[in-house]
Design a protein around this ligand. Structure first.
Ligand SMILES: *Cc1c(COP(=O)(O)O)cnc(C)c1O
Length: 401
């Protein structure tokens, strides 16, 4: 079958809940993906930063295959020999005391919401049923009904209500608005240190630090959703570190498995996750031995291959070169590490289509932004190769005007 036929199958049998580029991938290795028609592309999206370690990383693959041959799922009705070591390694790497493993990112966000509410009732003393969590305009935390309910994006919410109460939205990047929104019933403030799906939106410098200070002052838990920004993507293990902030609650996913399997987690100290009792929360697959073995290998690769430093150094270089492209359609180049957004004055989709024809895969976000987030194993030579094409496409702006 050729790509046309695969696309037809998808269009016929799949709900049309995405608008993908029409590339049908059947193979990938490192930063490169290959389509069914024999074309080769540099992946500049990394599955929304899930494959920071590169596609089909051999060490993660080895761990996955070995674990598959032993045991894949026990459910948490029983224990397994992978979850404990995985969470120990995860906590030691990140500096938190406890972790609760889940599968998708949205599930981890839901888990954080439950944990923070529980802390609010059990520890802060908020009256039952009154807990409030503050979130930001432009947020993206996943797609469950509770999560889209507190989105500011009408397309995410339309016709999906009624929604879960208990969430308050404030402008992103405005500490004064945050402090003004806090009431005695506020239990948490959740944010992305850089808004990925919102268009690689960076808050003003000092915002995260101010938010952490305000939260501490009012006994409100700071919850960082680092599902996309975490695990090295922005040139630090966590983007919060750029401002020296250690959130009370850390949510991770995506690259926690290097793209092999859905693995997510909530990290806190004992005062929060320590409140859960048997029956309070669960997941059939969460913490399963296959996901745990994969997570262990995925973390090990980040450490062994110094992917955090790579992201910092190569990201600086990539962003610097992009910023020097003198194209009339570029409004702004921004980002940290290998998490870069190029905001255009015009729709970004045609540029993504054009880059795809030259062998580079990226996806527009928020209409006018091209996100460049290649696997962190990318080399400088590969970035240089990509830059040649990116510059050519952005300088040919008349084609799209
Ligand atoms: C991708 C993402 C999520 C949701 O993760 P899923 O695995 O798709 O459920 C949540 N928050 C952020 C910041 C994300 O980038």
């Amino acid at each position: 079958m050729d790509s046309k036929q695969y696309i037809e199958l998808e269009e016929t049998y799949s709900a049309h809940n995405y608008h993908p580029l029409d590339v049908v991938i059947d193979r990938a290795e490192g930063v490169w993906v290959y389509d069914v028609d024999g074309n080769k592309y540099l992946d500049c999206l990394s599955a929304y930063s899930a494959v920071n370690q590169g596609h089909c990383h051999p060490k993660i693959m080895q761990a996955a295959v070995a674990q598959m041959q032993r045991v894949t799922l026990t459910s948490r009705a029983f224990r397994n020999d992978q979850m404990g070591p995985f969470l120990k390694e995860l906590c030691e790497l990140t500096g938190y005391e406890m972790a609760l493993p889940m599968n998708s990112g949205a599930e981890a966000v839901e888990t954080a919401v439950k944990a923070v509410r529980k802390w609010g009732y059990a520890t802060k003393g908020v009256p039952d049923g009154q807990a409030e969590i503050i979130v930001c305009n432009g947020n993206f935390h996943g797609r469950t009904t509770t999560i889209v309910g507190f989105s500011s994006e009408e397309a995410y919410r339309e016709q999906f209500g009624p929604f879960t109460p208990g969430f308050v939205r404030v402008p992103y990047g405005d500490p004064v608005a945050l402090e003004a929104a806090i009431t005695p019933n506020t239990v948490g403030f959740m944010l992305e240190p850089i808004q990925g799906e919102g268009g690689v939106v960076m808050p003003p410098a000092g915002y995260l630090y101010d938010a952490a200070t305000i939260c501490a002052r009012h006994n409100v838990l700071l919850i960082a959703d680092e599902i996309q920004t975490g695990l090295g993507r922005t040139g630090k293990l966590f983007a919060s570190e750029h401002e020296g902030v250690r959130p009370d609650v850390m949510i991770i996913g995506k690259a926690l498995s290097g793209g092999f399997y859905p693995v997510s987690a909530v990290l806190t100290d004992k005062e929060v996750l320590g409140l859960f009792k048997p029956g309070d929360h669960g997941s059939t697959f969460g913490g399963n031995p296959l996901g745990s073995a994969i997570g262990r290998a995925a973390l090990q690769v980040i450490v062994d291959e110094e992917l955090v430093a790579r992201s910092r150094d190569l990201g600086e270089y990539f962003k610097g070169r992009l910023a020097r492209i003198e194209s009339a359609v570029i409004k702004e180049v921004r980002g940290k590490g290998l998490f870069i957004g190029v905001e255009l004055t015009v729709p970004a989709r045609p540029f993504c289509e054009s880059l795809r024809e030259r062998g580079i895969l990226c996806k527009e976000t928020h209409e006018t932004v091209i996100r460049f987030a290649p696997p962190l194993v990318i080399t400088k030579d590969e970035i240089d190769w990509a830059l040649g094409h990116i510059e050519a496409v952005l300088m040919a702006e008349k084609v799209f005007a």
